[in-house]
Design a binder for this molecule. Structure first.
Ligand code: CU
Length: 316
């Protein structure tokens, strides 16, 4: 079903490269050839040598040649492109399923057992099918080393698949300009040996290694890293896109609710509303409609863990 060269990072590298080199090769030959012909004409038909202009009536054979050859070249380009693209449109049945959720400005990958990760962790030599979901605007999942890229359109279900063939670490980018922090919307693909993958997949404690699991609130931090909250919020007082979490809990916050300024105290209820219904009230001075609701992705339990983490950020 998929033909492969085992040294390539993915099964699509060779067909992609064939069309890439073919198109580039044709372009190079054309530009060199045309330049040579042009220079020759400049020299051969200059005014000094041809004092009197003559009228040419055309040359049928020449016209046929310069129509047929470019048509054949264009058809060959189409063929290589099509032959490379066609297998991408249908995933093999034995592929593992991963759901990729894109939102401003992070990716999150969810596995069949419910495990979530901001990095794309994969087993080598196993076909992978990725369901592509966007919660806000158009993003694009792009893994250059695998030669795969697909737009992710909100409200439309799309997928991509590929077969990772070498163990290693690769870059993953959002390739569709999606707002202020688009350039930070990248991640890592880690292709592991099958044994390492199974170990990772079965281990529910190591979703995030940056968060030390013994510290209070660390589970909440894990959840927030997984959900990409930190693309917009910092924990150290820096304003990114949204307010920082530093000293947030318990403080007085001025918000706009129904067009009116209201002062509220940040408590559990307020944070719950901020995460489940972000547009109910907007922190003064911040944009509306930027933070999307997390009602469907953050459970009540997870919410408590997040609040627990936010509480640890006071008086530091
Ligand atoms: Cu994006």
């Amino acid at each position: 079903m998929y033909s492969t060269t085992a040294t390539d990072a993915s099964n699509f590298v060779s067909t992609f490269n064939t069309s890439y080199y073919f198109i580039t090769g044709v372009a190079v030959i054309l530009i060199l050839g045309l330049t040579v012909v042009m220079l020759y004409f400049v020299f051969r038909y200059n005014k000094k040598k041809n004092k009197i202009a003559i009228q040419n009536e055309g040359n049928t054979r020449l016209e046929i040649i310069w129509t047929v050859i470019p048509v054949l070249l264009a058809l060959a380009m189409f063929y290589f492109g099509w032959a490379g693209w066609k297998p991408m449109s249908k995933a093999p049945k034995d592929a593992i399923n991963i759901t990729s959720t894109a939102r401003m400005w992070s990716f999150s990958f969810k596995y069949e057992n419910g495990k979530q990760s901001p990095d794309l962790i994969l087993p080598v030599n196993t076909p992978v099918k990725i369901k592509l979901i966007s919660l806000d605007v158009i993003h694009s999942l792009y893994i250059p080393a695998f030669r795969v890229k697909s737009d992710i359109v909100p409200g439309r279900e799309k997928m991509m698949w590929f077969l990772p063939q070498t163990v290693g670490v690769f870059s993953l980018y959002c390739a569709e300009y999606c707002g202020l922090r688009h350039s930070y919307m990248n991640s890592t693909v880690k292709v592991l040996s099958k044994e390492d993958y199974i170990t990772w997949y079965a281990d529910s404690s190591k979703v995030i290694t940056e968060a030390n699991s013994a510290a209070p609130g660390s589970e909440g931090l894990k959840i927030m890293i997984n959900q990409g909250c930190n693309a917009c919020h910092s924990s150290d007082g820096t304003k990114i896109v949204g307010p920082s979490y530093l000293n947030l809990f318990g403080q007085k916050q001025v918000v706009i609710r129904d067009g009116k300024e209201v002062t509220v105290t940040v408590d559990e209820e307020y944070i719950k509303r901020s995460i489940y219904e972000p547009n109910y009230e907007i922190v003064k001075g911040y944009p509306k409609d930027l933070m999307q609701s997390y009602k469907d992705v953050i459970s009540a339990d997870d919410l408590l863990k997040i609040i627990e983490y936010l509480k640890t950020l006071n008086d530091k």
